[in-house]
Design a protein around this ligand. Sequence first.
Ligand code: TXA
Ligand code: MG
Length: 314
Amino acid sequence: MKTTEPTCLTPTPDGIAQAADLLRTGALVAFPTETVYGLGADARNGRAVATVFEAKGRPSFNPLIVHVHDATQARRFCHWSDSAEKLATAFWPGPVSLVLPLREEHGLSSLVTAGLPTVALRVPAHPAARALLRAFDGPVAAPSANPSGKISPTTARHVAEGLGTKVAAILDDGPCSVGLESTIVGLDAAPCLLRPGGLPAEEIERVLGQTLSRATEGKISAPGQLVSHYAPDGHVRLNATSAQAGEVLLGFGHMDCDLNLSRDGDLTEAASALFESLHQLDATGKAIAVAPIPQHGLGAAINDRLRRAAAPRP
Ligand code: TXA
Ligand code: MG
């Protein structure tokens, strides 16, 4: 395992070229996407992908999302479908990942898919991610760039604090705009919402013209859906209207609190502030109480992350 501090790169042509070169050597490069920072590795290089699991302390049964520059590249790795075409046309590049049947000659490390017959594919919209994927010109496996089970990173500082010397370089382009991981849609059978995320399920259903089935509780179809996840070090209490002794309050809408996700009750603003707020409040060393968040639109994904942050730890 690497022990030197990560190189800090900026998304200049030179910084992007250096990041792509590092990926080619099998090194790990953290990079911004519009959802969260990803921990990138060449998805065809088994040794590089193994380092991702090691750096995150991630169980090897939990597959990674493969990031590509465009839908044409995505199609090289999977069996495409009409639904995939509809969603890719409507939402790529953007905060949605599609799970599709893996092609026979895919060339990906089997660690990426954890041996499953399917692969999760994503075309991110962030300009630095797009520049890196264009320069690298290959598939990049990238989970969120945080230690497994901890709060996801929405700034380069979060990545440095969580993974430090385990990454070769961090491509820093400021805070992520969406702030929640991509929505994951299973398209290997009837369209299914595997993980709520940065694209509201309602928008996906509108484009598909059908309701998404929901992944059944308990069955690990998207193993990041482990019950305790995104967890601060301190205890988290949900649906709080005021802080109790030893707690800090994370608010929503007009209320007295230590930090507010959105005073105006705007769910997009709340999503983009969620992980940074949890990082900040966790640093106080106190327990975190969180105000109720409406369940519609991005609220569904915010509440999903909060429930997992509050779940009993294994
Ligand atoms: O926004 C995102 O999706 C970020 C950025 C970096 O792209 N990535 C991310 O990766 O959230 P990660 O590893 O933290 O979450 C990936 C999720 C996991 O829950 C994993 O189980 C699921 O994707 N997944 C990957 N391949 C899958 C597959 N073939 N079938 C079902 N779920 C899959
Ligand atoms: Mg993650």
